[in-house]
Design a binder for this molecule. Structure first.
Ligand SMILES: *Cc1c(COP(=O)(O)O)cnc(C)c1O
Ligand SMILES: [Zn+2]
Length: 437
């Protein structure tokens, strides 16, 4: 493994911008291998460190704009060595100005970052997996794996197939049918574990030690998590090289949220955008809200919980980056809030009916929290706000099945159609909305 790495570094000495793995707690540094904890000193999490002077010398707004229409336009900010990353078109998803939803909520400028249409598997996880598997290949791994709440399994299986890597993924046995099928189709080995995500994750830590596989969110986690920074970069670039005033993002392990923050900070550091305060707000489901609970109780530690919510993709009861998410919410004057399952469904319907975007339960959580924060005065109507929609509703159809109504069944005859149309006009659409609140 180290030899493959040395060779790779030797081939591209000039573009190497990442320098070490560094402990977030004690600052100890490690070589750029497959490890994620500070095993020599404090067992804190490791993070990729960069040479920002080197990045500043290599990157301008123009070089980025001339790059590929994918996350790899930011390759100098990502922990891969060569010029040949796994590029399956991940990233550069639309940033939509959401005028109808904004009006409904009472905001002036609201944007939706729409990773419901990210490629190839319709969630933001394609970002982190594209980076992790590129790095896995550089480190010499031939089998890749993950502990997943659903989307990560889809993404790891698909991108491993594209890269010709062997793949074995672990999921909780009770996942949504769409997420299971959307993994199996790519032909990986799928282990459906009788237990919740936190138990799956613990099992995978043991497997990582015994099998020598590259687990994207365990031993490759420092590289994997860097992929989420692109959600920050793209929003800054798509806003015309400016930062927003306020962002709202969902929290599972808390990684995505903390890396959007890191992405903004890096763009400021290398001079790609002007410095300004951005408020960071986070969204959880009440049925799994350990970070929101700690935020409200003023704690700087997380009490793990047992998840029970329809928002399975963000149901992590013991979030690895929870304390860092808390810190960011507090120091940016943001909030972390939780919403109930009925509110999540309502959030999914609200986004679909106002903006034509069908998101999954995690996106419903984000929209419901956005609404709650506006209503309680915690987002100012004047703030330019970005809501991160991270997954696609076609994968979690059972969550809304009984709330969307039924089509009108008719004969292939004009009078049958006209009678049905008459009936539908008496059926006030608002009735459907009241069913779910
Ligand atoms: C995994 C996931 C998240 C959040 O992940 P973090 O662990 O907090 O980085 C958010 N939304 C969706 C749809 C996801 O699949
Ligand atoms: Zn340490």
């Amino acid at each position: 493994m180290t030899q493959a790495l040395d060779t790779a570094i030797a081939q591209h000495p000039k573009t190497q911008t990442f320098t070490a793995l560094r402990c977030r707690e004690c600052g100890e540094t490690y070589d750029l291998g497959a490890k994620h904890v500070c095993e020599d000193v404090c067992f804190g999490p490791l993070e990729v460190a960069y040479d920002y002077d080197a990045i500043r010398r290599q990157v301008t707004r123009q070089t980025i704009e001339a790059g590929p229409k994918s996350i790899w336009r930011y390759k100098e900010f990502l922990p891969v060595v060569g010029d040949n990353p796994i590029d399956v078109g991940t990233g550069m998803t639309p940033l939509l100005q959401a005028n109808r939803l904004a009006r409904r909520l009472g905001l002036k400028r609201l944007y939706i970052k729409n990773d419901a249409v990210n490629m190839p598997t319709l969630s933001f996880k394609d970002r982190v997996v594209s980076v992790a598997l590129t790095r896995a290949r550089e480190l010499g791994f031939t089998t890749v794996s993950c502990a997943s709440t659903g989307n990560l399994a889809n993404s790891t299986a698909a991108i491993a197939a594209n890269a010709g890597l062997d793949c074995c993924v672990f999921i909780p046995a009770d996942l949504e049918a769409g997420k299971v099928l959307g993994t199996l189709i790519y032909g990986p080995t799928v282990m459906a574990v009788e237990g919740n995500y936190d138990q799956v994750n613990r099992l995978c830590s043991e497997v990582a030690n015994t099998q020598g596989w590259g687990f994207v969110n365990i031993n490759l986690r420092p590289y994997y998590s860097e992929g989420s920074k692109t959600l920050g970069y793209e929003v800054a670039e798509q806003l015309g090289w400016q930062l927003p005033d306020h962002i709202v993002a969902p929290l599972a392990s808390g990684s995505l949220y903390t890396k959007i923050y890191k992405g903004f900070q890096e763009f400021i550091k290398v001079g790609l955008v002007d410095d300004k305060p951005v408020r960071f707000s986070g969204a959880q489901a009440e049925g799994c809200s350990p970070i929101a609970q700690a935020f409200h109780e003023g704690r700087d530690f997380i009490n793990p919980v047992k998840p029970s919510t329809i928002a399975k993709s963000i149901a992590i009861g013991n979030p690895a980056d929870g304390i860092y998410a808390l810190d960011i919410a507090r120091k940016t004057n943001g909030n972390i809030a939780a919403v109930s399952d009925p509110e999540i469904v309502e959030g999914m319907k609200l986004l679909a009916e106002t903006e034509g975007i069908f998101t999954e339960t995690a996106g419903g959580t984000t929209i419901a929290v956005l609404k709650k924060l506006v209503e309680s005065g915690k987002i100012d109507p004047e703030e330019t706000t970005v809501a991160y929609i991270t997954g696609n509703g076609l994968k979690t159809q059972e969550a809304v099945q009984s709330y969307v109504g039924e089509p009108l069944h008719i004969e292939p005859k004009l009078d049958s159609f006209e009678r049905a149309l008459e009936r539908s006009r008496t059926l006030d659409r608002l009735d459907w909305q009241q069913v779910i609140v």
